[in-house]
Design a protein around this ligand. Sequence first.
Ligand code: NAD
Ligand code: UFG
Length: 341
Amino acid sequence: MAKILVTGGLGYIGSHTVVELIQSGYEVVIVDNLSNSEKTVLDGIESITGVLPAFEELDICDEKAFQNCMTKHAKIDAIIHFAASKAVGESIEKSLDYYRNNVFGIIQLLSLMRNNNIKHLIFSSSCTVYGQPDKLPIDETAPRKPATSPYGNTKQMCEDIITDAITSYHDFTAILLRYFNPIGAHPSAKIGELPKGVPNNLVPYVTQTAAGIRKELSVFGDDYNTPDGSAIRDYIYVVDLAKAHVKAMQRLLACENKKEIEIFNLGTGNGVSVLELVKTFMNATGVNLPYKIVGRRAGDTEEVWADSSFAEKELGWTAKTPLTEVLASAWNWEKKVRGIK
Ligand code: NAD
Ligand code: UFG
């Protein structure tokens, strides 16, 4: 049984991935500083899987604590690196914090991997690295565009740092996973997304509005060059996304990939507009969702969706879950968190 260290494993995508890893037979060690998660997520993971994974509360930027963790849990076969700061708007206000956590974090991680002879890494990247692409759908050969936020910059920098480290040392392999828009919650409603404060992302705002916590959803722009005028994204179910990490891990550990570094887009291949998502949510849940159209949000792209055929071909993975089911899972989770029957 391979032992996988998961940084940020109590966060939104990390916790769903830990569940899939455990259910696929991996031993998991979670590292998280709880800066954007709660320790109670461990209870949800245990309740779903019947396994309480090892958990170390530490900051990955704390070299001594991280090294002690690696010594304690030797021998680690691979790392999945989720731990990062992820709010685009906040990254503009607090750019140095973002560079410290995300960029210093990956340097620290790679150095400790070398010192501890850990040879495999999966990194959480983002479709934000493509900006507004020249053609759709976006495949992995599309050029990266200049980032529109410090957060986006950190993802590009981390990709480059991993690539350069592999060129320098040739002693490990990595897979960069570029996620499109992860949404939804585990079907058990025992884990899900736990945004702090007012949500920035569409689906948590939708479910909080449906729960009566927010008065109405603001739809940012209906004057885009899209069929209904609202912006288009590729919304991918977080459980489907989590399963892709298991496939990527199997590939890394089997060394099936001859290349030292590989990049995969993870999306559904379907573009969905904001207004379509709102309507699908209402149909899926039977809940009325008050919304109003407001101006565009600064920095937003018009339309983005993935060509994930490389992941399908090489990893044997596709995102299959229908959007209605995904939005129902997000609503079930919100109801559970708020105690709504
Ligand atoms: P999240 O905030 O829910 O999870 C990140 C976890 O990392 C949290 O539990 C947080 O407490 C922890 N963490 C942060 N900094 C840490 C540090 N220095 N040391 C230890 N733990 C630390 O975020 P998420 O949505 O699960 O995202 C996971 C990864 O995927 C991030 O790298 C993010 O940038 C990337 N990503 C997310 C999205 C998205 O829309 N959610 C899209 C593309 C890429
Ligand atoms: N939107 C609204 N109202 C809201 C929130 C969002 O209309 O209250 C719209 C946005 O304008 C956008 C769409 O819904 O058109 C999706 O917005 P999100 O904030 O949910 O997602 P983004 O596509 O802006 O970005 C997300 C993450 C980024 C990540 C990117 C790609 O926030 O970190 O997906 O993975 F880089």
